[in-house]
Design a protein. Structure first.
Length: 557
């Protein structure tokens, strides 16, 4: 093996470096072995990543068993669920790129021979993947696992139920007592949010794209089996180093198509569009937002998961795990079987080893799909010429047409919903929440859940240049591009304008004459940026369009 780490650890002139490493317990023998960075997103601000500190010890055990030397380091994480609806939520998408930058930086600085990244909450997963694709040294993604469901009055709960309870409580549909009981029951321990929300969607993506070993993600975080999964990942990274199996050779165009198919088949989060575009950018793969529509159109919805379905994420594990989903995609011709994975086996070989639980009802058969088409739609029109995205699972009426109710920040829209001023048929417009305008493209789970909780989901719609949580359900259109801060048409919408959205036709239009729109935009000026220095200011200067993944290297406008 040609080891990067020898540049730091071997040779007479590296004696000072070895002396420093020996100060913390490394031996000459340790330093002659492949050095594997263990990138940990452990943090004490959320349940999602809470067990990762302990899990890392088992990863390191596996690395040592397979002949390597682990070196653990930490990076940041922001909880979407905890910060939702506040100014703090603006830090979430920024954290994806900070995570990518920091793992890349430590990887380049210490010249690791391979990296295992421990991830859980939403942005830690694509952030780690982006870093591995930049570095292109052998790498493995290990997902910490889902939280177990809470239980209340005979039904499983996730944090989605708490957000929707906010709307139900504000509209008088549930009592103070029931509201508190739901809050207290929903999240029983460590693990990422428990539906096919963004974390579990991106965990699915990592197995299907091949950067995570198959049959690792679905094991819940508090399950004792996770320790063996972590040890296995230590073995896998060492095999990948010995075979010189690198992320860019795995994350090919075919692998990205497999990942998109898995999002469509599982009713996954709209955030997958943003993150897969960003990952493709780092991998040098030509992927466009329109590709999501093409693949969703040809892929059936097969997995019955919250937020729109019946089951929670841990039920996938009970059904046989991600390999069963992979097997469905492979058998149906919806995935490329020959795509390589980090284990050195192909997607088809991994899928063929699936062990489906007899009688399981979570993952439908190919003969009995939930819907003939996947759970995502890309809409375009004069309101979003570069595109926007909607999750279509659970939506019956595919057309919304109504008057615009315009808000220039999420908090004002939330106040209108909980204050009872939003009426049936309204189209809520929340703008200046895009990558630059927010900054940071806040998720809107508070608003969208309040709409559901208030009983307005079947009659209203919401559009925004911001994002949605994977737990969002209903007629909610996000990632409108160009965004308002960049002079997109969404900036020209006025209170009472008629907006029409048609999912079947994949259109979204402002029913105002083009000359009038042009006149409004001619008089328009971008809003003054709230942040004049620091990380948020840097982000506004670098970030590109959501239609291209909102990357921050200045090359994707």
């Amino acid at each position: 093996m040609k080891l990067n780490s020898y540049t730091i650890t071997q040779g007479d002139n590296r004696a000072p470096a070895r002396a420093m490493l020996k100060a913390i317990g490394f031996t000459d023998e340790d330093l002659k072995k492949p050095i594997i960075g263990v990138a940990n997103t452990w943090i004490e601000t959320m349940p999602c990543n809470y067990n990762l500190r302990a899990l890392a010890e088992h990863v390191k055990q596996g690395i040592r068993e397979a002949g390597g030397t682990p070196m653990e380091f930490n990076t940041v994480a922001i909880s979407d669920g905890v910060t939702m609806g506040t100014e703090g939520m603006k830090a979430s998408l920024l954290s994806r790129d900070v995570i990518a930058d920091s793992i890349e930086l430590v990887g380049r600085g210490h010249m690791f021979d391979g990296i295992v990244a421990l991830v859980a909450c939403d942005k830690t997963i694509p952030g780690a993947a982006m870093a591995l694709l930049r570095l292109n040294v052998p790498g493995v993604i290990l997902y910490g696992g889902s939280i177990m469901p809470g239980h209340y009055k005979g039904r499983d709960l996730t944090v989605q139920d708490v957000f929707e309870a906010v709307g139900a409580h504000s509209s008088g549909k549930i009592s103070d007592k029931e509201f508190l009981e739901i809050e207290n029951a929903a999240c029983p321990g460590a693990g990422a949010c428990g539906g096919q929300f963004t974390a579990n969607t991106m965990a699915t993506v990592m197995e299907m794209i091949g950067l995570a070993p198959m049959n690792t993600a679905a094991v819940p975080q508090v399950d004792k089996r996770k320790e063996a999964v972590a040890v296995r990942c230590g073995h896998v990274i060492m095999d990948a180093v010995k075979a010189d199996r690198r992320p860019r050779s795995i994350a090919t165009r075919e692998a990205f198509e497999n990942a998109i198919a898995s999002v469509a088949a599982t009713g996954g989060s709209t955030n997958a569009v943003l993150h897969l575009l960003a990952m493709a950018h780092e991998a040098g793969v030509d992927l466009k937002i329109d590709d999501f529509q093409t693949i969703s159109d040809r892929t059936p919805l097969l997995v019955d998961l919250k937020p729109a379905g019946k089951f929670v994420a841990v039920d996938v594990d009970k059904a046989g795990g991600m390999p069963v989903i992979a097997q469905r995609l492979a058998d149906g011709g919806y995935a490329h079987k020959n795509a390589m994975t980090v284990t050195g086996r192909t997607f088809g070989e991994e899928a063929a080893d699936a062990k489906e639980t007899p009688g399981q009802e979570v993952i439908h058969s190919l003969a009995n799909p939930i819907k003939a088409h996947g759970g995502l739609a890309i809409l375009k029109g004069n309101l979003a010429p570069d595109g926007c995205v909607i999750k279509t699972t659970g939506i019956q009426n595919k057309v919304r047409r109504g008057p615009a109710r315009v808000f220039d920040r999420e908090e004002d829209a939330m106040a209108a919903v909980t204050g009872g001023t939003i009426k049936e048929g309204d189209i809520i417009v929340v703008r200046y929440e895009g990558p630059k305008g927010g900054p940071g493209m806040r998720e809107m789970l508070g608003v969208t859940s309040a709409i559901v909780g208030a009983g307005l989901a079947d009659t209203t719609g919401l559009i925004t240049d911001g994002r949605f949580s994977g737990a969002t359900r209903g007629f909610m259109v996000g990632h409108v591009a160009p965004e308002a801060q960049a002079g997109g048409v969404i900036a020209a919408v006025r209170e009472g304008d008629t907006i029409t959205i048609d999912i079947d036709k994949c259109t979204i239009n402002l029913e105002v004459p083009e000359a009038e729109i042009a006149a409004r935009l001619k008089d328009w000026k971008p809003r003054e940026l709230r942040y004049k220095n620091g990380v948020f200011f840097k982000y506004t200067q670098l970030v590109g369009s959501a239609a291209r993944g909102a990357v921050t290297d200045g090359t994707a406008p």
